[in-house]
Design a protein around this ligand. Sequence first.
Ligand SMILES: [Zn+2]
Length: 306
Amino acid sequence: MEDLGPVARYRKIPLFAAAAMMSGFSLRAIYRWNTKYKKLFENWTPILNFHKIDDQKEWGINSISPSKFREFLNYLKQNDYKTITLKDYFVLLENKSLTRKHVVLCFDDGYADFAETAVPIMEEFGFTATAFIITDYIGKYNNWDFQIGGHKFRHMDINQIKDISERGFEIGSHTCSHPDLRLLNDSEIKDEIQISYDMLSSYGINTEFFSYPFGLYNQRIKDIAIESGYKGAVAYYVHDRHPVKADRFALERIGINSLDNLESFKIKLNSDHPMFPAMYMFGRTLSSISLLTPLLLKQKRSPNYI
Ligand SMILES: [Zn+2]
């Protein structure tokens, strides 16, 4: 295929995404990338995070249209990527067999569109993924979230969760009620982490991995997740002062959202791409917007909060 050269190729990226990346890549961002995050992405196996695969309108950026999702999966297939679960990821990590052509597809929140739309598309490609469930909201609408304009989304019911689990998709916990865990005391954190695990187990669903709501955690929360018997946990733009590559309880993920197109998706898959640092740092900035959700919902701050 004719090489268009970098200028022509990048012209395909929508202007708003390019502008956003430029603004996200300030001098401070360059410094933080070089001193803190760069090491996370050496010989990196991508772990991507999605939320909704849905054409329904919403004000946020968490929905991707089914046609765009199919385009992304088609790119993965055409370029010999192999999707793996988190369980596979840790086995391959242990055996030092992870490659840059493995990819983990995570879906936070367990929306019904995962079972109804995403799974059938992934099965067409022979792909797998990991869905993180908010157990108090199984089969219910997302009242835990800030619903601008009254747009509501339904979560998978238990039959859908059991069905996709039997079809080989990995199920993880995303707490009982999706709180900002940092605002809770130890026993409340333990309840959120342990009761969600027990509930999924009571349905015969083996849950080994955990995803922090809003990607927010601290050492105290990590320790409780470890004590609760999980084998690993995924973060979202890691919050450690000194991030560690392949930290089993703060595994870094890159978010894929409605601003992405195929060009930005390709960049997010490849940490060697010259645009990857800008894209990553802009993703961090975007993800910090989600910090507003617990504030807007006036999530309680426990009196025992230290
Ligand atoms: Zn979530």
